[in-house]
Design a protein around this ligand. Sequence first.
Ligand SMILES: NC(=O)c1ccc[n+]([C@@H]2O[C@H](COP(=O)([O-])OP(=O)(O)OC[C@H]3O[C@@H](n4cnc5c(N)ncnc54)[C@H](O)[C@@H]3O)[C@@H](O)[C@H]2O)c1
Ligand SMILES: [Fe+2]
Length: 387
Amino acid sequence: MINLLSPSKNYLGKNCIEYLNAELSGNRFRRCLIITDSFLVKSPTYKRVLKVLSNNTIGYKTYDQTMPNPTVQCVDKAYSLISANDCDFLISIGGGSAHDLAKAVGIKATSKGNIRDYAGVDKIPNEILPLICINTTSGTGSEVTRFTIITDTKEQKKMSIIDNKLIPWISINDTDSLMTMPKGLTGATGMDALTHAIEAYLSTDSNTLTDTYALKAIDLINKNLITAYRDGSNIAARENMAKAQFMAGIAFSNASLGYVHAIAHQLGGLYNLPHGVCNAVLLPIVLEQLGSRLEGEELGDIANAMGISVFQKKNKYICPRVILRILDMNKKLNIPTNLTELGVKKEDISKICTMALNDACRLTSPIQFTYEELVYMLNQGLKEKRI
Ligand SMILES: NC(=O)c1ccc[n+]([C@@H]2O[C@H](COP(=O)([O-])OP(=O)(O)OC[C@H]3O[C@@H](n4cnc5c(N)ncnc54)[C@H](O)[C@@H]3O)[C@@H](O)[C@H]2O)c1
Ligand SMILES: [Fe+2]
């Protein structure tokens, strides 16, 4: 049996934010907590959301201090606004950081306690507050997933909270909100989406539906990411990237991920690095180890979706060509070529590997690595200048 989970409503395309007028009509809600950041609170997207709220006579309070890689402290601050302002639903405007923060606030609003209590899989007792995610990056897929990633600065790590109750009520990918993404953000979030699709495809929990979404996402990213990076005003490339990251999000929300994310979360927590960049650098490093040990032809399918001409589909033969393509994309996107360039310190590798083994995202990797194998992998990643 397959049960493919996604938000109840998903709107994608130019001006689709306007559909919120119909969704919010009928006096269902009193007051909203908007979660965004100090840049996006000045954006036309924010103004359009206020207009929709005003059209429907819904009040609001705004938390505009979301930081990239949101922290436990951030969750507590934003949560304090819920009861103080009697808010009964949430709207997040931003990328993965705003959506993840809103999900964590939504947990605390109905289940109380410390957000750390909910790290892991299926630990949330109550439904979260209804959440509308207006997405402005392409992307983490957080606007459709059952994940939230919160940084615990005390422990210097990112916690993965995974639960079906975290799936937002409505996702909005309005192309107009995506056009302002700068190059660095376009490249990093695009490689995050590619990693979601590849890890979901290789996951032990994948199924025909998640595989179909994952392969189509890889195809669209292969055809559109570099164009969107080079020419941010290209509407077709932006819209295709929005579709790709959406499909990759649905794929990994249902099939989960693997070691790239399990390790990337530790790098993000330790060094406060952009999530997508960590994934982009780690993806070839992890794939190299998977490709040499994974029987079958999964990487042949991924190569096909990347437009690589495939004569021999077996993983061990095709893996180097998939890696070469990813390294080439990273180079075109000005992403660091190895872990040293990324800022990873040799003395931290032991801690990173111990914590990665505790990250729930690794559980669905098709190969399970030992601590020693992980240490070897990351040491290789430090040393090699890979292209
Ligand atoms: N919950 C999930 O399923 C999931 C999946 C992957 C990643 N994540 C998390 O998402 C976070 C990363 O999110 P992200 O990569 O989307 O970036 P982000 O949300 O951290 O945003 C990064 C910066 O980009 C700016 N920005 C966002 N949209 C913009 C736009 N349209 N134009 C100009 N600037 C814009 C923001 O103001 C911010 O300063 C990480 O914390 C990561 O762990 C969550
Ligand atoms: Fe990710």
